[in-house]
Design a protein. Structure first.
Lengths: 359, 295, 252
């Protein structure tokens, strides 16, 4: 059983809490640099998607997992980023600027939502974000002069200098990996400073947060803005991956996928966002492979992915509400304490409903 | 004169679809009032009910009314067991978890429906006794289907009203929603009450599904209409049953009029515009109460 | 300087008048306790000071500043901190995180600096941590530092809430029933802490309390409330024997 002996307050603030953690993350870092040499183009492309979903996941996690604001409409920010990137690139703006602009535009939309969302809580907020996402989808389809409506837009390739980035290639992979790491660092920094603590305070008790000087309006808006900006950047890269975007790529189903991603991954943790992204990309692959082993009658069904999706959501909520990351921590704890692990460590107490309506 | 006729027809057809929204919203609010769960799968339960009715009436040849009632009953049973097996273990956890579970139920329902032989991904049709018949009211020609929907909805609302006001079970349902632990102490069979609420709610959804079938056809994704029930429930005030009904009717009529008088595309978003306006101006809805936490 | 004064506070809920022209003052450096039967309006006064409610009339003056219209999130920065009757801690955060949140009114870093985690952010964090550790030592919370609040027993939570309020470095501390739910030993600890807070830290304390033993032990002045009105004011022994107060508690 390892006990961490702390001698310095810095140890609690540092990125890596102890040498062991630093070592394993270094190994991970090296492993993540390898794929262009080791894996085929298909898997490299999929890893790219994992990075992109991971960015959006971090964004949504900051808003819903840490600040407690449920968003059922995050596809709207994704779309904002994707369309901004595409339209600006088509108009001749250089790549890094378009990426920043995509993030800023999505962030601005986030501010707009945040301001409206101030008076809404819980389920009302969720429904409002849902409605907002629908309206954005409709606007994208109708504003033909800018977005070409349902006919969609072709996305120009990423170009830095004279170098072109093939969306399925190694350079693009390193690019999204790099941006993911940057966003991750930004998120970690926010979470270990007063702003991050304020987010958590808002989630757990708005009244107490106010009494401690947390300006709800400001922090909720900031949470929405940052979340939207991260998701917008993810959307911009998503556009490059798809090479062609239309309103149909940004429906409510995408919003729900993003939400499921952060919940299954582990709500309230940044690791959860990454695990969730891996889950979302790997699931269809697993189904594809499993189809070979399953009788043709079942395998041929079109609804199989949805079915598994639904069952997994229900399964996690029933049996492992802390998500993949939660389960991983429990496993770590088991081995940490072996053979002294007590079976009842994570037994959930029976909880009774107390009405949340009097808030 | 033609304008008034057209207007009236739009209002009536809007009211008819509004009745469907109202019923879905009603089912929602029932569950929400009792258990504070927001059932995102309400529309998909409607779909299951409609499919069961289709199977009984069209595939198995039952009489329309018998088949419809059977379908409603079966769906109610489904709702009962859904609560017992899937929702009950989640009770007490934050709203988030419960919302996710109901979303998951929706996924499962849709995919199972699309994989069931005889249902699949096709669109089906149920012929009602009112199909293709019309009723005249002065210069206005109304479809019998629409009129039937409105009348049947009124009937159901009356039945439910009496149930909740005059029976112990209805009052018990309110008690358990406000303080489950206290309800236990008072001897209310809380778990059974919850399951019954889901059963009633599912039955109402199936009822709506049967009414909707002739207008919108029966297919695996027909449950998405349930999303329109959210604006209805919010407009009426999330904890109010008459509010849900009124909300649904308003949304239905607004939609119909928007589709008729406003440019293309407004019809689809009309419901959401109404929703966002309500949330901006009066979040507690028409009949709801603004509440705040007592510290 | 008027340290703290409430004048003519009036507020109704529905048809019920919770406070009816309540006026009182709190002098700097004292421990002032508000007593009264349940429903007298004591917590309502706190909620007015925290600006969770709007009075229909009346004013609140703190250190010569009129705070009657101040937004709720400004109160912490002015130097007023409070605890809550039913505990409003951040359940899914550690004790340390809760206490660090008490330092929020003293935040000196901007959002951009925090995203980049510049050295001055790190320095500020370490400074906050030192302040909080001092409170942890004072309240003996060392072994709970990294525990999630949700898994703590009630008595410890009350102490954590006290600690969080102290982290604000307030000049006026509002304690809402600090001893409710505590056993005798814990109440004695609380009494010691309250006295220490006044004597060593120079913090003025305004508290609501039911435990008369605690009230007599620590209070400099007592104000008695009943049905939203002040019925007595003065030294603890005086007020406790006041006929109106006795009547309010015993009925008749």
């Amino acid at each position: 059983m390892r006990t961490l002996f702390k001698t310095d307050y810095n140890q609690d603030i540092r990125l890596f809490k102890h040498g062991g953690a630093a070592f394993w993350y270094a190994v991970l870092g090296v492993a993540l640099l390898m794929p262009p040499w080791l894996s085929g183009e298909y898997w490299l492309s999929q890893l790219g998607f994992v990075c992109i979903y991971g960015m959006a996941g971090i964004g949504l996690m900051l808003l819903s997992g840490y600040t407690g604001q449920i968003s059922l409409g995050h596809a709207a920010f994704f779309a904002a980023g994707a369309y901004a990137e595409t339209i600006l690139l088509t108009r001749g703006w250089p790549f890094p600027i378009t990426l920043l602009a995509a993030g800023l535009l999505a962030g601005a939309v986030g501010v707009g939502i945040g301001l409206r969302a101030l008076r809404l809580a819980g389920i009302y907020l969720a429904i409002a974000t849902l409605a907002f996402a629908f309206m954005v989808e409709e606007v994208l389809a109708r504003w033909v002069s800018v977005t070409n409506g349902n006919n969609g837009l072709t996305v120009p390739a990423v170009r830095i200098g004279s170098v072109e980035f093939n969306p399925a290639g190694a350079r693009f992979y390193y690019l999204v990996l790099g941006v993911l790491v940057l966003l991750m660092l930004a998120a970690i920094n926010i979470l270990r400073s007063p702003t991050g603590r304020a987010f958590v305070a808002i989630r757990d008790s708005e009244i107490a947060a106010q009494s401690l000087g947390v300006n709800l309006a400001w922090y909720k808006t900031v949470a929405f803005a940052i979340s939207a900006a991260f998701t917008g950047i993810a959307g911009a890269f998503y556009a490059h991956k798809l090479q062609f975007i239309s309103p149909e790529a940004f429906t409510i189903v995408l919003s729900i996928e993003l939400l499921v991603m952060v919940v299954v991954g582990g709500l309230g943790t940044l690791h959860g966002a990454i695990y969730g992204a891996v889950f979302i990309i790997v699931l269809p692959e697993v189904i594809g492979v499993a189809k070979d082993y399953v009788p043709a009658g079942i395998a041929g069904q079109p609804g199989l992915k949805s079915l598994l999706f639904g069952l997994i959501i229900i399964g996690f909520m029933l049996f492992e509400p802390l998500g993949i990351y939660g389960r991983w921590r429990k496993i770590q704890l088991y081995f940490d304490r072996f053979p002294l692990y007590r079976k009842g460590t994570f037994k959930r107490q029976k909880a009774y409903i107390r009405t949340e309506r009097l808030r | 004169m033609g304008d008034v006729v057209a207007f009236t027809q739009q209002v009536v057809s809007g009211t008819a679809i509004g009745c469907v929204y109202a019923l879905v919203a009603l089912g929602f609010v029932l569950i929400y009032k009792a258990t504070e769960v927001v059932n995102f799968a309400q529309g998909d339960i409607l779909m299951v009910g409609a499919f069961l009715a289709y199977t009984l009436i069209v595939l198995a040849g039952f009489n329309f009314w018998v088949g419809a009632l059977l379908a409603i009953g079966l769906t109610a049973v489904l709702g009962f067991f859904l609560e017992r097996l899937v929702v009950r273990p989640i009770v007490g956890q934050p709203i988030f978890a419960i919302v996710m579970v109901t979303i998951g139920i929706g996924f499962v329902a849709r995919s199972v429906a699309s994989m069931t032989p005889g249902w699949g991904v096709d669109t089906h049709f149920i012929e009602t006794p009112f199909y293709n018949k019309t009723v005249r009211w002065g210069a206005v020609v109304l479809s019998q289907d629409h009129v039937a929907i409105i009348l049947l909805t009124i009937l159901l609302c009356l039945v439910l009203f009496l149930f909740f006001r005059r029976t112990k079970l209805g009052i018990a349902m309110q008690a358990t929603s406000q303080n489950q632990l206290a309800a236990y102490y008072m001897g209310i069979p809380v778990k059974t009450v919850f399951s019954l609420v889901w059963a009633i709610s599912a039955g109402v959804a199936a009822f709506a599904g049967v009414l909707l079938a002739p207008i919108a056809f029966v297919h695996a994704n027909m449950g998405f209409i349930g999303i329109k029930a959210f604006p209805a429930a919010v407009l009426g005030g999330f904890g109010s049953i008459p509010g849900a009904v009124v909300g649904g009717l308003i949304i239905g009529v607004v939609e119909a009029l928007a589709g008729f008088y406003l440019p293309e595309g407004f019809k689809d978003v009309a419901a959401y515009i109404v929703l966002l306006l309500v949330l901006l101006v009066r979040p507690e809805g028409l009949f709801g109460e603004a509440t705040r936490k007592k510290v | 300087m008027t340290f703290f004064e409430a004048g003519d506070l009036t507020i109704s809920f529905g048809g019920l008048m919770a406070l009816d022209r309540v006026s009182f003052e709190v002098r700097q450096g004292e421990v002032c306790t508000i007593i009264g039967p349940n429903g007298a309006g004591k917590t309502t006064i706190f909620n007015l000071i925290s600006r969770l409610y709007e009075p229909s009339r009346g004013r609140l003056i703190f250190r010569d500043q009129d705070i009657t219209k101040a937004p709720p999130h400004r109160i912490g920065g002015l130097g007023i901190a409070r605890t809550f009757q039913n505990i409003e801690l951040f359940e899914h955060a550690t004790v340390l995180a809760n206490l660090l949140l008490g330092r929020h009114p003293h935040r000196t870093t901007t959002l951009l600096e925090e995203i980049l985690f510049l050295p001055r952010v790190r320095r500020a964090e370490l400074a906050h941590r030192e302040k909080v550790e001092e409170i942890i030592d004072f309240l003996d919370l060392q072994k709970h530092r990294d525990t999630m609040v949700a898994s703590l027993p009630f008595g410890v939570r009350k102490v954590v809430e006290l600690g969080r309020a102290l982290a604000v470095e307030p000049t006026l501390l509002l304690l809402d029933e600090p001893s409710s739910g505590l056993n005798v030993e814990e109440t004695d600890d609380m009494a010691f802490w309250i006295q220490d807070i006044r004597n060593a830290r120079g913090v003025t304390v305004l508290m609501v309390e039911h435990d008369m033993r605690l009230v007599s032990e620590v209070s400099d002045r007592v104000i008695a409330l009943d049905y939203g009105r002040v019925i007595a004011e003065g030294a603890p022994a005086e007020v406790q024997n006041h006929p109106e107060v006795v009547k309010a508690y015993l009925g008749g």
